[in-house]
Design a protein around this ligand. Sequence first.
Ligand code: UT7
Length: 333
Amino acid sequence: MWSVGIVGTGSYVPENILTNVDLEKIVDTNDEWIITRTGIKERHIAPKDMPVSELCYQAGLRALEDAQVAPEEIDLVLVATITPDYAFPATACLVADRLGAKNAAAFDLEAGCTGFIYGVATASQFVATGMYKKVLVIGGETLSKILNWEDRSTCILFGDGAGAAVLQRVEEGFGLLSFELGSDGSGGKLLSQPAGGSKLPASLETIEKNLHTVQMEGKEVYKFAVRIMGEVSVNVLEKAGLTKDDIDLLVPHQANMRIVDAAVKRLGISPDKVVINLDKYGNMSAASIPVALDEAVKAGRLAEGDIVVMVGFGTGLTWGACVLKWTKVGIQG
Ligand code: UT7
């Protein structure tokens, strides 16, 4: 098995910003509540005519440029999203076409906010076996399009964006050292979009009842998240033969500052090793980790040989984490 690393990253968020103060005019909420309970100050919202494939395309383009890889070289485009352009065709096919990735297989993967970790773990298998040489993994979401903008318990939390990474073979001992993925479908109802699928097809009734929008039992998701983020981070470090002291950078899913704080406390690492951008973007679901990773890379927070841990949780329920020994130097062949 070859070693597999992330040799390029890119991200994109739509221009339009919705602040907490803007939200005060839409629902019964206030800036102070949102900041204290979540840490979010503002989020980016895609215009009505901008689908998630556009965000994914922009992020993918930037990742390819960063990796200095031509679209024709890509063997697989994998998009992690719960807000695809359509139920079908897959958003990954649309993105591959726009990028000019003519030689790529393409499919979507749905693991909620854990989508990017699932995507990296899945895509890396193709590269590790030598089956594919270069893979583009994108986490992209337009949660704003499936929110109930009258429900203050959900609409204040989410934002739109996309982040991408190019995976390629790297020098032995570098790249992905370990990963762990998990799921528990018994918690599926805690965070869902109940209507529009085969269980509850779209009807006038489902629309009237707002069942095409995000439904969440926030407190239950919160309790699960606080437990699982620390647990899975510890497990994945153990699998890599490392300890918390080896962590140079933690890139957690950006859902709620209190959830991140709990994970950091459990790990016992210094807060300056943690990437935080949820104040600017809110929870971007599958896009949250790759956008945070890209921003950290571009800010020079990762050097060759650094140990980076990415960890997330989401609808499903799902959770996952991975450990990388950082290098952006790819090996051809
Ligand atoms: O990627 C996974 C996605 N989901 C998550 O990560 C969600 C995890 N859960 C959370 O982050 C938190 O549970 C929330 C931020 C959603 C809510 O925070 P909380 O501390 O659990 O608040 P709560 O739901 O217990 O609500 C406390 C109070 C309630 O009022 P009463 O009953 O005490 O009078 C709510 O009605 O705050 C009220 N409230 C609000 N007030 C102002 C709920 N939402 C709002 C709001 N503005 N937006």
